[in-house]
Design a protein around this ligand. Structure first.
Ligand code: ATR
Length: 263
């Protein structure tokens, strides 16, 4: 029986096992996907279990997407540029780190029929998933990418990876076509981002990486202003889809049933 894991801290909330175990069964693969809460000093040991085939694959979530890198043998180009890994596996005796958040984000924009080319983006937050979002936006040909984070130094850090990034003060806004909430504000129902959105133009796109609750206050503000809105569910499903494909060389089926597994 092959063993797969998602590691993070906290990890209780993770719905990755729901998706992967469903797809494992559906494809008659003998395997089990579990979640494991980890401390920083346990990362090395868990990755060594991939090297000796005790674990067939690992997904990585907050706050370890960067911390796993020193223990890997090879990185995909995307993981290397974003310094962010969410999928680990063994290939030709090398432990490989891959980043499927990028595919997840890109694919969600595609499904929403939003073309980022020559558009202005504003990202709120500078946490684990943000390098992947910036990479996708740059790759898609965004005209300008601005970022605002409560702790400005973390946004400045990202400018070292992405030199064209425009860092703005927390609490201020710039003109945008798409605004992405990548902060954790909204995870608790009723939480509101401390920014005044009253002056924004009509017809833009509000994207929240959070998918539970389905409609955060941030998305409510977007809806009220007449914006197209999207939560993080599609991104989440497609980062898992891409990880499943890497591990099993099979494209799993994504349908309504899959989305209901996350409700
Ligand atoms: P990590 O930073 O460990 O990767 P994350 O959940 O990916 O964790 O990121 C949390 C993000 O939400 C951060 O950008 C954080 O801002 P700080 O860097 O200032 O901590 C942001 N965040 C969390 N609570 C917030 C709040 N009350 N107001 C504004 N931003 C908040």
């Amino acid at each position: 029986m092959k063993k797969y894991l998602v590691i993070g801290n906290p990890i209780e909330h993770s719905l990755s096992p729901n998706l992967h175990n469903h797809w494992l069964q559906e494809n008659n693969i003998e395997g089990i996907y579990d979640k494991k809460k980890l401390n920083q000093n346990e990362i090395k040991d868990i990755i060594s279990k991939v090297r000796n085939n005790e674990i067939a694959g690992i997904n990585v979530t907050v706050p370890f997407k960067k911390d796993v890198i020193p223990f890997l043998d090879k990185l995909s180009e995307e993981s290397s540029i974003t310094q962010s890994v969410n999928t680990i596996y063994l290939e030709n005796d090398n432990v490989i780190g891959h980043n499927t958040d990028i595919f997840g984000f890109e694919h969600s924009l595609k499904i929403a029929k939003f073309n980022i080319k020559n558009k202005k983006a504003l990202i709120l937050g500078a946490g684990g998933v943000v390098p992947s979002i910036i990479y996708s936006l740059e790759k898609g040909g965004a005209l300008k990418i601005s970022i605002s984070n409560r702790t400005k130094s973390k946004a400045d850090e990202l400018k070292k990876l992405f030199v064209n990034l425009n860092v703005i003060e927390w609490g201020t806004l710039t003109d945008f076509d798409i605004i992405i909430n990548a902060t954790s504000v909204g995870l608790n129902d009723g939480d509101s981002i401390d920014i005044d959105f009253s002056e924004i133009k009509k017809g833009n796109f509000f994207y929240d990486v959070i998918y539970n609750p389905k409609v955060t206050n941030f998305l409510k503000i977007g809806k009220k202003s007449g914006a197209q809105v999207l939560n993080g569910k599609i991104m989440f499903v497609y980062q898992a889809f891409e990880a499943f494909k890497l591990w099993h060389k099979i494209s799993p089926v994504v349908n309504e049933k899959i989305f209901r597994l996350l409700d």
